[in-house]
Design a protein around this ligand. Structure first.
Ligand code: CP
Ligand code: NVA
Length: 300
C-alpha cells in the first residue's frame, strides 16, 4: 500500500510540516534535541553513485540511535532481475523506512506503491527533495528566514532545480530561473509552483537574473545517466557558467548541490571563494535529513 508518509517530492509535505522539519533540523544541529530511535533501520537503495546522500543518511541514522543499510545495484537481487514490487514488499518486513536513489521517477512510484513503510526519494531524474530541504535550511540560516531573499537558479531544469522551484513556492521564497532553450523545467512543475501561489520568475539571460540577487545556485550540466549527451549539452549550456565575470558586480552567495564539475557549470574560483555557501549546504544535508527522519519515524 502507498504510505501517506512517503517523501517522493517536497510537496508531499504540507508547508507546516516542511517548516517543522527545518525547525527540527536546526534544533538537532545545535544539540537542542536528543530524539532517539533505537533499533530503527533505514534501507538505502542506490542505482546511482552518491557521496552526500549516502553518508548523510547513514550518519544521520547512527546519530539518531538507529542503523542504515547500504544496498547498491550489485548487492541485492533487484540488480539481478527481482522486480521492484517484490523488493519493496520484502523490505517492508525488515526495515522501518527506505530511501531510494533511482533513475526513473516511475520506479520510485512503483516502490512506494508496494511498500507499507515510508519511502524517501534520494534523487531521481525528476526530483531531489532531500536536497531542497538542505537548500532551504541553508538559506533560512544565512538570511534569518526567507523574506526578501532573492534566489536565482542558473542551469538545467531537472531534478535539483525542479524540487527547489516547488519548495521555494511552499515557503514564499523569491526565485528566478534561467535555463537554456530545450532544458527548461517541466510545465507541470511550473504549474505546481503557480498553484502554490508563487511561480518562479523566468529570466532571459544569466546576467539579467543575477542582477540584485542574494543567492546564485547552479548544478551540473551533465547529470548522472546523461553522459552520452555530453557534447550536445555542453554546446547548449554555453554562456550559463557561474564564474567571476558573471558575479563581478554581485555580492550574491553561491550554492551548488555538489558534485561540481569545475570549468563547466562553475569555476573553481567561485566554488571555493569567499561568496560560497556550498560547504554549509552540504553539511546541512545531514541535519535536514535527520529532521525528516524524526518526522517520519515519529509517525510510524
Ligand atoms: N547533492 C547530492 O545529492 O550529492 P550526492 O550525489 O553525492 O549524494
Ligand atoms: N543533477 C545532478 C544532481 C546530483 C546530485 C544529477 O542528477 O546527477
Amino acid at each position: 500500500m502507498p504510505n501517506s508518509n512517503d517523501f517522493l517530492d517536497i510537496d508531499d509535505l504540507t508547508t507546516a510540516e516542511l517548516q517543522s522539519i527545518l525547525g527540527q533540523a536546526t534544533a538537532l544541529k545545535r544539540g537542542n534535541d536528543d530524539t532517539q530511535f533505537p533499533n530503527r533501520t533505514l534501507g538505502m537503495l542506490f542505482e546511482k553513485p552518491s557521496t552526500r546522500t549516502r553518508i548523510s543518511f547513514e550518519t544521520g541514522m547512527t546519530e539518531l540511535g538507529g542503523h542504515a543499510i547500504f544496498l547498491g545495484p550489485d548487492d541485492i537481487q533487484l540488480g539481478h532481475g527481482e522486480p521492484l514490487s517484490d523488493t519493496a514488499r520484502v523490505l517492508s518486513g525488515y526495515v522501518d523506512v527506505v530511501m531510494a536513489r533511482l533513475f526513473d521517477h516511475d520506479d520510485l512510484l512503483e516502490i512506494a506503491a508496494h511498500a507499507d513503510i515510508p519511502v524517501i526519494n534520494g534523487l531521481t531524474d525528476d526530483a531531489h527533495p532531500c536536497q531542497t530541504l538542505a537548500d532551504l535550511l541553508t538559506i533560512k540560516e544565512e538570511f534569518d528566514g526567507f523574506d526578501d531573499v532573492q534566489v536565482v537558479w542558473i542551469g538545467d531544469g531537472n531534478n535539483v532545480g525542479q524540487s527547489l522551484v516547488i519548495g521555494a513556492a511552499m515557503v514564499g521564497l523569491d526565485l528566478t530561473i534561467v535555463t537554456p532553450p530545450g532544458y527548461g523545467m517541466d510545465q507541470s512543475v511550473l504549474e505546481q509552483a503557480a498553484a502554490l501561489g508563487q511561480p518562479p520568475t523566468v529570466a532571459d539571460t544569466p546576467a539579467a537574473a543575477v542582477n540584485g540577487s542574494d543567492v546564485v545556485y547552479t548544478d551540473v550540466w551533465i547529470s548522472m545517466g546523461q553522459e552520452e549527451q555530453r557534447d550536445k549539452k555542453l554546446a547548449a549550456f554555453e554562456g550559463y557558467q557561474v564564474n567571476e565575470s558573471l558575479l563581478a558586480d554581485s555580492d550574491a552567495q553561491v550554492m551548488h548541490c555538489l558534485p561540481a564539475h569545475r570549468g563547466e557549470e562553475i569555476t573553481d574560483e567561485v566554488l571555493t571563494g569567499t561568496q560560497t555557501l556550498v560547504w554549509e549546504q552540504a553539511e546541512n544535508r545531514l541535519h535536514a535529513q535527520k529532521g525528516l527522519l524524526v518526522e517520519l519515524l515519529s509517525k510510524n
